[in-house]
Ligand binder design. Sequence first.
Ligand code: GDP
Ligand code: MG
Length: 160
Amino acid sequence: MGTTVAMAASNQERSFIMVKPEGVQRALVGEVIKRFEQRGFKLVGLKVLVPSKDIANVHYGEHEGKPFFPKLVGHITSGAVVAMVWEGKDIVKTGRAMIGATNPLASAPGTIRGDFAIDLGRNIVHGSDSVDSAQREIALWFSPDELAEYDPTVTPWIYE
Ligand code: GDP
Ligand code: MG
C-alpha cells in the first residue's frame, strides 16, 4: 500500500501533447518528455503509432478547408508520432508556453519550437490549445484504459 496524497482537482487538468513525425525522426522524443517531466507534470498516457488519415482529419478538423490542410494531414500520417497525455496545474496553457509559437521563427528561445525548429510545417510538437480541445483530443487518441491512475510520491514537493 502506497501513500496517497490528496490532490486538488485543479492539479488534474490534462493536455494532449504529441511529438510529430519530424520530432520522432530527429530523435527529440526524449527531449520533449524530459521538459514536461522536469517541470513537474505527470505522464498519464503514452504511445507510438503511425496515425491514420481518419484520426488526422478529425484531430486537425478545425483547419479543414485551409490551403495547408492536405499537406498537414499528409505530413502527420507520414510517419510515427508519440502521443501523450500530461497532467498538472494549468497544463494546457503552460504546455503551449513550453512549446512556443506556431511559427518556430517567432518562438522564443527556450521553447521547444524555438530551440529545435525553423519551418511551420516541421514544428516538432503539438499541444492542445484549450481545456475543451484537450478533452476532445485525449478522447480521440486514447481509450480510458490507456490512461494510468497513480499517485507520484513527489507530488507534495511540487504542489504546496
Ligand atoms: P498549433 O496549435 O500551434 O500547432 O497551430 P495550428 O493549430 O494553427 O496549426 C496546426 C499545425 O498546422 C501547426 O502546428 C503547423 O504545423 C501547421 N500549420 C499551421 N498554419 C500553417 C500554414 O499557414 N502553413 C503550413 N504549411 N502549415 C501550417
Ligand atoms: Mg492547434
